[in-house]
Each structure stands twice: as structure tokens, then as C-alpha cells.
Design a protein around this ligand. Structure first.
Ligand code: FAD
Ligand code: EPU
Length: 343
């Protein structure tokens, strides 16, 4: 295994932030990972997949371990499901395409999400009416301090909205090695998320299929989310905040247009994009489309912060802080960052 020293992480994060890692290595299996962990016992470690949900605000003084464990294996099946074990280093969207080709259903709504399989349980990736936990079966993860491989079931992972046990109690303790998904042999279509039906109609789809749903979602995503190959970004920078019904009613009195979706337990999920669009650096301006230097708030999706070229991570972070404060000042709502900030 090659250990690289003082290398730029710019090609390894979709924000395109140009910071240097003191050490960098790739691993292709558990043995290589173990060797690296033993060799760099006392060094800070960052496990990296596709780098599409991180913001580097500084040079990284430890070792970056890039997970390149590959392989897609059909383990077993029953009447309803096929169980597929996938190496953490496989690209997520390539895996979705693999499923579409075999008519394995359940991941079509999660088409075109950047990044790798290993990160999919980290924040329980979600989009267009589905979350990873809907298709998750189990994962294997390596404990960095105990040098042990443990298996986690769906319950063990404590999935929530953009959340799992690996972001809370077990933060920075495990390296996810592989994930097993439970995919339907007979699809159950989910086109409940507002714009999907509209897009399918626009496409002239007569007969619903997982391929048609995937294509519709690819079209929707491409129309508003910036392509990281062209403009640096990490998708939604903040989570959509959850507030009580009572707080929502109060907010609606003052801002009748505010966008929110009812949840269980008398809560409402607010569209953070709306909140950000409807406040700004000054009283009569909007953050949406705002740019300072090379840091900006995307003109088509206010929830996405962008790097137009050579913004520093700290500049993106500062912009996020200003947005967070102005949303709080105007609407009394706290935004929480969704992107992992690496200091
Ligand atoms: P990375 O950015 O490499 O890592 C993310 C975090 O997970 C880091 O803390 C890292 O240390 C940790 N990590 C990564 N791999 C492992 C591993 N094997 N073991 C342990 N820890 C690990 N997300 C959504 O949920 N829904 C969306 O619709 C969505 N849309 C996006 C659109 C765009 C344009 C972009 C750029 C991002 C979007 N995202 C979305 C965010 C991102 O794609 C997901 O969070 C994705 O799962 C990140 O995968 P990654 O491999 O790039 O993770
Ligand atoms: N909106 C605005 N202005 C904006 C953006 C959004 O007013 O600039 C309002 C609109 O009312 C719109 C609503 O927000 O109808 C919802 O917007 P959208 O459908 O684009 O979804 P989102 O809530 O902004 C979430 C996820 C995305 C995911 C989409 C689709 C979070 C933090 N973000 O965005 O995930 O792709 O829904 O399901 O939950 C990501 O996590 O990186 C990500 C892109």
C-alpha cells in the first residue's frame, strides 16, 4: 500500500476545496485497512468515500483513508426479496444502475445521489420520498480501536432523518466495510413526492417502471442541483428543520407562504430552502443567488452552497454561519448543518 504525503484533497471532495492532507492511503480490503490502522495508531484518521458530503475548513493533519472496497454480490433470495452485499467503495449511482438492469426495486428514488455505498448508512441518505433505511438489511463495520468487525442490523443503526448511530454514539469509531440491501423482486412504486408525477407526465410515460421513475428523478435533480463536476458543492448544506405544529402555526401567521410538511408526533418539517430564499444579507435581498468571492448560495436551490472555483472551506463555512444567523433572526428557526465539517 502506498502512503502519499502532503497531497492536495481537491480531487477528493466535491466542494473542490484545496487543502492538503499530511498522509493519504487507499485500502481495498479489511486486511489493508487493519495494516493502516495499526501503522497509524496514534494519528487522527478520516475515512473518505466520494467526498460529496464533507467541507474541509483547514489542512488535514492526520491520515485520510480512502475506502475502495469493491464488489456486488447476490447473497440469497426469498419470494419477495433479493439480498445484495455491496463493497463500501462502490459508487452509489452505479449500484442503482446495476439494480435497475436486474429489475431489483427499492433504490430507484435514490438515483443520482453522489458518493459511495459505504456512506449511504452514515446519514441514511434520502430523496424523493425514500430513505436508505427502507432498503437496508445489514452492514459490517470495523471498529478502529478494538480491531474487530461487527455486524449491524437496521435497528442497531438507529436511523433517523439524515442521521444514524455512526453520526452520534459511534462517531469516528467505525469504518463501514460493506452494506447488504434488501431489494424487491416485485416493485412497489413510490411516486408520492410532488414533482415526480408531473415529470413522468412530461416524459410521456404510459406504463410505470422503476427505470421510468429513475429517469424522472434524474431529470428533476439535474434541473436544479448543480453538477459538482462544474460547480463545487455537497448537496443540501443544511437539514430541513423540524418544529412543533404550534410553532408552525405562529410562523404561518406572520409568513403565510412558509413551506412545511406535516410529520408524525405533531411536528412539521420546514423547507429550509424557502427560509433561506426568503431572507438575505440585507432586509430586501435574498441569499438565493448571492455570491461573495467564490463562495455562494445556488441560484436554483437556496439550500445548496457552492464553490465557484477557489473558495476556501472557511469562506463557505462563514457564509453558512451568516445564513444560519439571518434565518434565526427573521424566523426564529435554528438551521443545522447537514454537511460534515472537517476542521
Ligand atoms: P463522504 O463525503 O466521503 O463522507 C461523508 C461522511 O461519512 C464523512 O464523515 C466520512 O468520514 C464518513 N464516511 C464515508 N465513508 C465511510 C465509511 N465507509 N465508513 C465510515 N465512515 C465513512 N444526500 C442525500 O441524502 N440525499 C440527496 O438527495 C443528496 N443529494 C446530493 C446532491 C449533490 C449534488 C451532492 C454533491 C451531494 C448530495 N447528497 C445527498 C450528499 C451525499 O451525496 C451523501 O451524503 C453521500 O452518501 C455521501 O457519500 P460519500 O461517499 O461522498 O461520503
Ligand atoms: N424551496 C424554496 N426555495 C429554494 C429551494 C426550495 O422555496 O431555493 C422550497 C420549495 O417550496 C420546494 C421545497 O422547498 O418545493 C422543497 O424543495 P426540494 O424538493 O428541492 O427539496 P429540499 O427540501 O430542498 C430535500 C433534501 C435533498 C433531496 C430533496 C428531494 C434535505 C436537507 N434535502 O431538499 O437532499 O434531494 O429533498 O427529496 O433534506 C441532500 O441531502 O444533499 C439533498 C440534496
Amino acid at each position: 500500500m502506498q502512503i502519499q504525503k502532503n497531497i492536495s484533497l481537491k480531487p477528493f471532495n466535491t466542494f473542490g476545496i484545496d487543502v492538503v492532507a499530511r498522509s493519504f492511503a487507499r485500502f481495498k480490503d479489511t486486511d489493508e485497512l487493519e495494516e493502516l490502522i495499526n501503522q497509524f495508531h496514534d494519528t487522527d484518521k478520516l475515512i473518505l468515500g466520494g467526498g460529496s458530503n464533507v467541507l474541509f475548513t483547514n489542512h488535514y493533519d492526520g491520515i485520510v483513508l480512502k475506502n475502495e472496497i469493491s464488489g456486488i454480490h447476490e447473497m440469497h433470495e426469498d419470494n419477495e426479496y433479493v439480498y445484495v452485499k455491496v463493497g463500501a467503495g462502490e459508487n452509489w449511482h452505479q449500484f442503482v444502475l446495476h439494480c435497475l438492469e436486474r429489475n431489483w426495486a427499492g433504490v430507484e428514488n435514490l438515483s443520482l445521489i453522489p458518493g459511495n455505498v459505504g456512506a449511504s448508512p452514515m446519514q441514511n441518505i434520502g430523496a424523493y420520498g425514500m430513505e436508505l433505511h427502507d432498503v437496508f438489511y445489514a452492514l459490517e463495520a470495523y471498529h478502529i480501536h478494538d480491531n474487530k468487525v461487527l455486524t449491524f442490523s437496521r435497528n442497531d443503526c438507529e436511523f433517523g432523518y439524515r442521521d444514524s448511530i455512526f453520526k452520534k454514539k459511534y462517531k469516528d469509531q467505525f469504518v463501514i466495510l460493506n452494506v447488504t440491501y434488501q431489494l424487491r423482486k416485485h416493485p412497489k412504486f413510490n411516486i408520492s413526492y410532488g414533482v415526480i408525477e408531473q415529470e413522468l407526465e412530461k416524459m410521456g410515460v404510459k406504463e410505470l417502471s422503476i427505470k421510468a421513475i429513475s429517469d424522472a428523478i434524474i431529470n428533476i435533480r439535474s434541473s436544479k442541483l448543480p453538477d459538482p463536476k462544474k460547480i463545487g458543492n455537497a448537496g443540501s448544506f443544511f437539514k430541513n428543520p423540524e418544529i412543533s405544529n404550534e410553532q408552525f402555526d405562529e410562523l404561518k401567521k406572520e409568513f403565510p407562504e412558509v413551506v412545511g410538511y406535516p410529520l408524525a408526533e405533531e411536528k412539521v418539517k420546514l423547507a429550509a430552502g424557502w427560509l433561506i430564499e426568503n431572507c438575505g444579507p440585507d432586509a430586501n435581498t435574498s441569499w438565493k443567488g448571492y455570491r461573495i468571492g467564490d463562495a455562494g448560495c445556488h441560484a436554483k436551490q437556496a439550500l445548496v452552497l457552492v464553490n465557484y472555483g477557489s473558495a476556501k472551506g472557511s469562506e463557505i463555512y462563514e457564509l453558512s454561519e451568516k445564513i444560519l444567523q439571518s434565518v434565526n433572526k427573521k424566523f426564529g428557526v435554528n438551521l443545522e448543518r447537514e454537511v460534515n465539517i472537517i476542521e
